[in-house]
Each structure stands twice: as structure tokens, then as C-alpha cells.
Design a protein around this ligand. Structure first.
Ligand SMILES: C[S@@+](CC[C@H](N)C(=O)[O-])C[C@H]1O[C@@H](n2cnc3c(N)ncnc32)[C@H](O)[C@@H]1O
Length: 426
């Protein structure tokens, strides 16, 4: 990763000496980047959970060394920059969404870094939880975490901390009380002997976990989960023209991925239309937009054995899963995987077929703006005559938006729950 604030040992005369005062100044500077409102977890860059976590962590941060502190799931940079301001000269950080990483990057480039440094040389090391867990967590003594929405994601994180962190690690995991469940305590308690909750403040609470269970150090990780799926729709869609259907399609799912190691109902409905997708002669490059576990990317690679396939998602868990799913199906060499926000970085006019099951929820919120940005990206990425096949909740009425962003759109299949459309690039 690429997070490296310019080292600068020159004290800013305007920066207050007191870390608590500098922290207040730092947090006041943070903005919910990007400022176009596209982040569901905005519009506040620093929420009550960030503040509570930093307050709980302050005594531990004050004496922390450069290898002690790890931040996971930072939304806009408040935890990473806040932790750096309050003590250690170096913080390791990982956040699942590329959009959250971009917000931290944005703040690194801004004046706020003078306040964070307070005249010291500081460093932020980014590492990927799924491919660089040891780099990210080895020897950590304090982990600050914004609780993820799914228990599977929390379990995977807790297991990784238990495997790599120091024996005396303290995990501070914060969230909004309304999103917290008892099973989160239990998820942490499977890896740590001592789990308790802080008092709630402004509707946020912190779970505090300590004491790595010795068995959790050595246990085989529960994630990524692996399965071989034999759903008829999946096998039929994955069959190459004139060839037999595969006996199964493998899926590999990290804890944070949509649908886990199973076939989502909407995705299943999209697969029922495979007989109407373009013939192999017309598909040289195919795209799974918002790939999740990468099941659709695997289907594309199996169905079109001569095509190059791209799977793209903003989530690190999804990207790691898509790569592993492609490899598990023996098509890893033909599936390129890209971590990207709404497919914005795709080459214009570079693909012939796109499959899309767009996001409906963004973490806890119901959002459709990512779907609209994906339609626009699909319109740009398709070659002339190329096709976008999209499944969505019938109540959403996306036909007009698809026509505007891509081209003429027809309903191919519909039931009370889902609609599948085909949009052809003008
Ligand atoms: C409904 S799931 C579909 C996953 C997979 N294609 C399937 O059919 O199982 C939507 C996916 O879009 C991803 N996503 C959400 N917002 C995104 C964004 N702004 N940019 C890229 N991917 C995004 C989510 O991480 C999720 O994996």
C-alpha cells in the first residue's frame, strides 16, 4: 500500500504542544472525503465511536512504541491520525473499502499532518489484512477497530489478531450501540479470555478484549470459508458452449464478503438468463462489476474459455476472495482482479459483457448511489454493441437509469422480487 506521509521533523510553531489539544485540532480538520456525499458512512468524518475509541485508547497510546499500534476499519482517518497524534511515531493501518483508504490518503496530503506530527517524524504503514496479516499485526499491543457489520468479518479479524499480535494485546472495538449484538462479544470471546464492554457514550460503546487464548494462536483460521456449489443455475451458466456443465463451482469467501460461500438469490436469478447472454465469439473481455466472492467472474471464465475476465470491487475482502475463487476453479490466470471504487478505473470501451448485481445496502444504510455510479462505469467500459446484464430488486425501477447510462434496456426476466435487464451499449 501507499500511505506514507512526507516525513517532516520541523515543528509547526502554530501546533499546540499538548497532545489532547492537538488531537482536538486534528479531528476538527477532517472532512468526509470525497465531499460528493457518496459515502454512506458520512456525512460526519469523525463520529462518536471514533471519539470514544480514542478516549479509551489515550492512556495506552501515550506510552506506545512504533510497533505497538494497529488501526482496523478506519472510516475517514480519525483513528489512524488520532492514534498517531496521541503517542506512537508509527501506526499500522488497514481498512476494507478503497474509498475509506482514499479519505485517509487525502488527509495525509493536507495541512492536518503538521498537527499530527507535532514536530516529530511519524509514519503510517498500510498493509492488507488478507494478504499481509503478519506485516499488519505482528507483535501489536493495541488494536483499535471500528466494528464491522458482519459477525463473520469480526471473527476473521479477531482470529487474525490472536494469531499475530503480542500476548498482552488490548483490542478496543467500537460501534454504534444499535448495531451491536451479544454475538459480537461471543465472536471476540472465542479468541480472547477477557471481553467486556465500556459504558455507552452518545450511543456508542467499546468492547475491550484482552488475553489471547493459547488455542487461538495455533487454531486453523475459520476464514476464508470454502465450498463447492452445485446449484443447477450455477452449473448450467458455467458450462462452455457445446461442453458439459462442471460438477461444481468452487467459492472462497473471506468473512466480509457479500453472501459468504453461497449463491445469493439475486445472483441466482441473473444466472437463469445465461442462455440469452452473448455467444462466445462476441465475448473477448468480460467483467464482473462488484464481484464479491467472484462467483460471477468464475462463471464468466468457465463459460467463455477464450475470454479474459476482470473482477472488480472496492472491498479488500472481496478482491482477495475473487482472486481465490478464480484460482479454486482453475481460471486464475484469466481473471484479473482490481480493487476500485464503482469501476471508475476501468479502461474505456474495453469489455464486451458485464454482469452486475449492484449493492443495495452500504454497511447499515440502504443506498443506490453506488449502483448508479456502476451503471455509468459500465457505460464507459463497454465496447459498442457490448451488453450489461443487471439484476436488481424489482421495486428499484432501474430501467431508465440504465438506458441513460448505457443504452437501450429491456427487461429479460422478472418476478415479484427481482428483475434482470439487458442494456446494449449504443
Ligand atoms: C450485491 S453484491 C454482489 C456480489 C457478487 N457479484 C455476487 O453476485 O455475489 C455487491 C458488491 O458490490 C460491492 N460494492 C459496493 N459498493 C461498491 C463500490 N462503491 N465500488 C465497488 N464495489 C462496491 C460490494 O462490496 C459487493 O461485493
Amino acid at each position: 500500500m501507499h500511505l506514507s506521509p512526507e516525513p517532516d521533523a520541523t515543528p509547526d510553531p502554530a501546533a499546540p504542544d499538548d497532545p489532547a489539544a492537538r488531537l482536538a485540532a486534528v479531528l476538527a480538520e477532517l472532512t468526509p472525503w470525497p465531499e460528493d456525499g457518496s459515502r454512506a458512512d458520512g456525512p460526519v468524518a469523525v463520529d462518536a465511536t471514533d471519539r470514544l475509541l480514542l478516549d479509551e485508547a489515550a492512556p495506552l497510546l501515550a506510552g506506545a512504541g512504533p510497533d505497538d499500534v494497529v488501526v482496523l476499519g478506519d472510516r475517514f482517518g480519525a483513528l489512524t491520525l488520532g492514534a498517531l497524534t496521541l503517542g506512537p511515531a508509527r501506526v499500522r493501518t488497514f481498512t476494507d473499502a478503497t474509498t475509506a483508504e482514499a479519505a485517509l490518503d487525502h488527509h495525509l496530503a493536507a495541512d492536518v499532518m503538521d498537527l499530527v506530527r507535532g514536530g516529530r517524524r511519524v509514519d503510517i504503514v498500510g498493509a492488507d489484512l488478507y494478504t499481509e496479516a503478519s506485516q499488519l499485526l505482528a507483535g501489536a499491543r493495541l488494536v483499535l477497530l471500528q466494528l464491522p457489520p458482519s459477525l463473520a468479518e469480526l471473527t476473521e479479524i479477531a482470529e487474525a489478531i490472536a494469531r499475530h499480535a503480542a500476548d498482552d494485546v488490548t483490542v478496543l472495538a467500537g460501534g454504534r450501540v444499535k448495531h451491536m449484538t451479544r454475538s459480537m462479544n461471543e465472536g471476540l470471546a472465542a479468541s480472547f479470555t477477557d471481553v467486556r464492554a465500556s459504558l455507552a457514550r452518545q450511543k456508542s460503546r467499546v468492547l475491550i478484549a484482552r488475553g489471547v487464548r493459547p488455542e487461538a494462536r495455533e487454531a486453523a483460521p475459520s476464514f476464508p470459508a470454502r465450498a463447492v456449489l452445485r446449484d443447477a443455475e450455477l452449473l448450467t451458466a458455467a458450462a462452455a458452449a457445446g461442453g458439459p456443465a462442471p460438477e461444481g463451482v468452487a467459492v472462497v469467501a473471506h468473512g466480509g464478503t457479500f453472501a459468504g460461500p453461497a449463491l445469493d438469490l439475486g445472483t441466482r436469478f441473473l444466472l437463469t438468463t445465461a442462455a440469452k447472454w452473448p455467444d462466445a465469439e462476441r465475448v473477448h473481455d468480460a467483467l464482473d462489476l462488484g464481484s464479491g466472492t467472484g462467483l460471477l467472474a468464475a462463471v464468466l471464465a468457465l463459460r467463455y474459455p477464450d475470454a479474459r475476465v476482470i473482477g472488480t470491487d472496492r472491498s479488500a475482502a472481496a478482491v482477495a476472495s475473487t482472486r481465490a475463487t478464480a484460482e479454486a476453479n482453475g481460471v486464475g490466470e484469466r481473471v484479473a482482479v482490481l480493487r476500485d471504487d464503482a469501476g471508475e478505473g476501468l479502461e474505456p470501451q474495453s469489455v464486451d459483457l458485464i454482469l452486475l448485481n449492484p449493492p443495495f445496502h452500504d454497511r447499515a444504510a440502504v443506498r443506490t448511489d453506488a449502483a448508479h455510479r456502476m451503471f455509468a462505469a459500465a457505460g464507459r467500459a463497454l465496447r459498442q454493441g457490448g451488453e450489461l446484464w443487471c439484476v436488481f430488486n424489482t421495486a428499484l425501477h432501474y430501467k431508465q437509469a440504465l438506458t441513460r447510462s448505457v443504452g437501450p434496456t429491456v427487461h429479460i426476466e422478472q418476478n415479484p422480487k427481482f428483475t434482470v435487464t439487458r442494456s446494449r451499449r449504443r
